[in-house]
Design a protein around this ligand. Structure first.
Ligand code: SF4
Length: 350
């Protein structure tokens, strides 16, 4: 049996033509049921003939991730623990933004792998190790779960506005499925997320970075976390195998659309990478990159020896960058009380 959520629109069209002798418009109708009307079974597809629905049900199913647990933070951040078809557990997080026009908007942080092989020393996911890649149905299934939770069923007025591939895993190490997911997300007959509403966050994987840039399917965020190679190798040992100067050189030539900028993530850890000297060095190395810096305060996790930076240090760090004409914004992490903030996802401790 085939999980229909694993098909792009083109694949679904081909499959329905060859397996069911159905025309293109029928595949589009099914696709809309899957992604816009969040159908969970064929019976609800009221504009598809009974016969076609029966033939679909004989060969395929609609497999969403199973919601095991939902935890809600005091600030509204909502974390889902999801079980995949083989029992693997992942987490996905909904982050609220301020309500405008009486309507609250949300950003979803998506996982792309079960665990992560990169072993960044400050990250809960990295400490738990790598299990497997997620497929497209599992990656995009997180969005279906979130939309159903939010009652977000009006494509003309979506409340889930932005997606960030910043949950569990390194998305560019699961390149094929992530690229297929991005292509499916762009379909206006499906979920309809334009590239400027999607950010793929990576610690810098050479091959994947080039492929993502060529595709133009999402904006790019890169985790730096250190202003020099030695410190970066200590914090992100595997990511640093691609030397920092080469990564920065690649970012300088990364293809960008008008007004698009690369987000450079920098996680501040007390007395590790948060001194004025670190800020000055950081300003020097990112000066030529068309980007903006996101400063994030480290969120403590069990088993790691790092501490959150103090407020004065964070402020001084930010000011030092601004003085050198680097756009830097301190981004307050949400959902710390439910371990849903950056670097805190692990899913294995349940
Ligand atoms: Fe993996 Fe990202 Fe955690 Fe590094 S920070 S271990 S790349 S999930």
């Amino acid at each position: 049996m085939i999980n229909l959520l694993n098909f792009t629109l083109r694949e679904l069209t081909d499959w329905m033509r060859t397996e069911l002798c159905e025309p293109l418009f029928r595949a589009v109708q099914v696709w809309q049921w899957l992604w816009q009307k969040t159908a969970r079974d064929f019976a609800s597809m009221s504009n598809i003939s009974k016969d076609c629905r029966a033939r679909l049900a004989e060969r395929a199913y609609i497999g969403w991730p199973e919601t095991v647990l939902i935890r809600k933070s005091q600030d509204g951040t909502t974390k889902f623990l999801l079980r995949l078809h083989d029992g693997a557990l992942v987490e996905s997080v909904l982050i609220p933004s301020d309500a405008r026009d009486g309507m609250r908007r949300w950003t979803q942080c998506l996982s792309s792998q079960v665990g992560c092989a990169m072993g960044c020393t400050f990250c809960a996911t990295g400490q738990a190790g790598f299990e497997r890649n997620m497929d497209m149905a599992e990656i995009l299934g997180q969005i279906l779960v979130a939309r159903a939770h939010l009652g977000d069923t009006r494509p003309d007025r979506p409340t889930l506005r932005n997606l960030v591939f910043m949950g569990m895993g390194e998305p560019l190490l699961n390149l094929d499925e992530v690229m297929r997911s991005l292509a499916a997300l762009n379909s206006t007959q499906g979920l309809g997320f334009s590239p400027r509403r999607i950010t793929v966050s990576t610690c810098g994987i050479q091959k994947g970075l080039a492929a993502l840039g060529e595709s133009g399917l999402a904006y790019l965020a890169v985790s730096l976390h250190a202003p020099n190679q030695t410190l970066r190798a200590r914090l992100m040992p595997k990511a640093a195998r691609w030397p920092l100067d080469e990564l920065l050189a690649a970012l300088k030539t990364y293809p960008l659309k008008t007004r698009e900028r690369i987000t450079l993530e920098y996680l501040l850890m007390r007395n590790v990478n948060d001194t004025p000297e670190h800020a000055r060095k950081l300003a020097r190395i990112v000066g030529d990159v068309k980007g903006k810096l996101n400063l994030i305060a480290y969120n403590p996790i069990t088993g790691a020896s790092y501490e959150a930076p103090d407020k004065a240090r964070v402020l001084a760090f930010e000011q030092c960058l601004w003085k050198r004409h680097i756009t830097a914004v301190f981004r307050r992490s949400k959902g710390q009380d439910i371990e849903a903030a950056c670097g805190q996802l692990r899913a294995f401790c349940y």
